[in-house]
Design a protein around this ligand. Sequence first.
Ligand code: ATP
Ligand code: MG
Length: 440
Amino acid sequence: MLTNSVNNWRRTKYSREVKPEISGEEVTVMGWAHEIRDLGGIIFVLLRDRDGIIQITAPSKKIDKDLFENLRKIRKESVIAVKGIVQNSPKAPGGVEVIPHSLAVLNEYKQPLPLDPTEKVRAEIDTRLDSRFLDLRKPAVNAIFKIKSRMLHSIRLFLEENEFLEINTPKLVASATEGGTELFPITYFEREAFLGQSPQLYKQIMMSAGFDRVYEIAPIFRAEEHDTLRHLNEVISIDIEASYMNHEDVMDILEKLVVQAIKDVRKNCSAQLDVLGHELEIPATPFERIRYEDMIDLVNSEGVSLDYGEDMSRAAEKAMGEIMGGYYFIIDWPSSIKPFYVMPDEKNPEKSFSFDLMYRDLEISSGAMRVHKHDLLVDRIKKQGLNVDSFEKYLASFEYGMPPHAGWGLGAERFNMSLTGVNNIRETVLFPRDRRRLTP
Ligand code: ATP
Ligand code: MG
């Protein structure tokens, strides 16, 4: 029967909770009609909800005639609710089935479906993203987001346990964090403003404000021109900043956080990892630390040309991915290719107290000890060809007791790629934004 509202129907169990142990109990399950198999005298309906699939088994001899006819009329991907009795059944998925005694069809579907959620027909990523709500119904797609949810949960727990306070900083900003090339300009009343490319300057100001350890999990916007499998124009950045710490201290925190999140995902998302066919290993610690200059030698020895002072090319990242596997740090970057707020080594200012965390050929985090001395900071801003005036409010916080500090930014999507094994960053965002895509 088709009803227009949920009325008195309420779910009592998710599919994953319908287990042989509750055989004989009455349950109400709700979701989509994933498959319907009509064998004449018996009808099987596979009902899919957020967590999985439960088989509804309707033998004509055992159930009401009208109900049997209504079950026969259900179409794939209609929204249904079924009330019935749980029964053991070694042949059914999960060893259990529900013998229905009432049915509500809560909504029907429009034909034909633009995308097949049962994955019998494989679709290209663009077609999938166009009909993302249907694409996300696929177990192997929503598994990525269950893992992302767990990952973020685990990261929050870890940071809270380590005395970090969650903060929120503005995303509408007056000027660039690190120079102007990657910014999206917007109209802010009668002025021009930009979408924030990083919370960097604000989290540093919070050190002067006395918050000691802060973190933020929020979107950053980058007007990346290129179209790659690892860049998007809007991503979630997990940022920390901590006072009285140096780069090594925050590298330790990052390493521990990564390992804890991996353990947590392995423990709580084993079904999702199975669906994805991804073997998630717990990495050995400490992660290897490779000095920038040794990285140059390593990639050169693989035939990739890279000179001291150059940022890593894609070819260099790939060569390092081949050599290193897993997670590893690249440390001691030249000051000239790191942002102005990165602390140069006093003994050799050409070098900086900075690091990138890599997973194979993918940079997943950048961090450093920061410059906390006002005059050195002004000097660094000028040297990088930036306008000191536009940093006035930021610089003020360095004149009245700024503690030494360090921090990093970890890309949530890139970290999620390393946890799920997907190789296109678009897979890790519900509604990705890239050079060509602004909808849905
Ligand atoms: P890349 O060199 O790979 O473009 P980046 O050095 O410009 O990255 P950072 O400014 O160091 O990036 O940002 C810190 C982290 O935020 C990166 O390590 C990455 O995980 C994530 N990130 C930054 N920009 C992007 C982007 N456009 N798409 C996806 N992730 C990003
Ligand atoms: Mg970086």
